[in-house]
Design a binder for this molecule. Structure first.
Ligand code: HEM
Length: 258
């Protein structure tokens, strides 16, 4: 490598783009902690007959401590959702991000191109803008999942009041939705989200965007080629192929304010 090429590579490697604001990183961290607490304190109820369920309850300090911890986690999750809604409504940056995460017809084209690449009909995958279809799916899955878990959880928590106003079948539905939703959400996080941000080639052992809020130029070119071109004015041929699977929800250069 010539000296000039080596210097250029070093500059490129150092260049960082703002992706997640401080508030977004804070929300992600609270979500992570709340979900871990809710899963650990909720799943033993679902699998109460098994030895792992019993051992977990014992480790947590008994049935009533487990129940209090689950309700504590639920209050944190509800607080987080309120924080997120206010953030989207009151912060200009969050509002803009929200508009960009809305589904569009373009997402279907991206899915089609990705599928073509996966089955060998195309050599290149789709090139993404600020949010890829995978990031959008993750955002909406978390949003709808939280809404579903909160509604069904509140119904079980306030079961006396629910029984006074609605037929019992609604409580049964809430109970089934809550239990199945917990297993589904748990598996989705372990299998899908963790693969995308930890194990995927290119980001292993971990994407640090959720900690630093910054994304490297290399990752920007690979995962958000269209946005990279729009920000830097780089010609399309100068950016990466976009054949890597995208990472989690992130944001663009210039917007670091919470
Ligand atoms: C990621 C979020 C959550 C997960 C993974 C989760 C998980 C679970 C699981 C697996 C059960 C056992 C269900 C069964 O017996 O079929 C449960 C029970 C319960 N959950 Fe959740 N939950 C979550 C959020 C919430 C929220 C937001 C609330 C309240 C607003 C809540 C309130 C309850 C209540 C009241 C029960 C009944 C058992 C108990 O007293 O702990 N949960 N949860």
């Amino acid at each position: 490598m010539t000296r000039h090429a080596a210097e250029e590579a070093a500059t490129t490697a150092d260049r960082q783009f703002d992706r997640l604001t401080l508030s977004q990183r804070g929300q992600h961290l609270v979500l992570l902690v709340a979900c871990v607490v809710l899963v650990i304190t909720g799943l033993p109820v679902l699998f109460h007959g098994g030895s792992m369920g019993e051992a977990t309850v014992k480790l947590l300090g008994g049935a009533s401590v487990r129940a209090s911890l689950h309700r504590g986690g639920a209050i944190v999750l509800m607080g987080l959702c309120t924080w997120h809604l206010l953030y989207v409504m009151l912060s200009r940056r969050a509002h803009d991000d929200f508009l960009r995460v809305l589904p569009r017809v373009q997402d279907l084209r991206e899915v089609r191109q990705a599928m073509r690449m996966y089955v060998g009909l195309a050599t290149q995958g789709p090139r993404f803008g600020h949010f890829s279809y995978v990031e959008k799916l993750q955002y909406w899955a978390v949003g709808l999942g939280c809404g579903m878990m909160i509604l069904s959880g509140l119904a079980m928590w306030l079961h006396d009041q629910v029984m006074l106003t609605l037929p019992k079948i609604w409580l049964d539905v809430a109970w089934i939705v809550h239990g199945r939703g917990a297993v589904f959400g748990f598996l989705a996080i372990i299998v899908w989200h963790l693969y995308n941000v930890h194990l995927r080639p290119g980001v292993f052992p971990m994407s640090t965007v959720w900690l630093t809020g910054k994304i490297s130029e290399q990752q920007m070119r690979a995962d958000h080629a269209l946005e990279y071109e729009a920000i830097t004015g780089a010609p399309p041929s100068d950016t990466a192929t976009g054949t890597t699977a995208p990472t989690g929800p992130q944001a663009s250069e210039g917007g670091g304010a919470p």
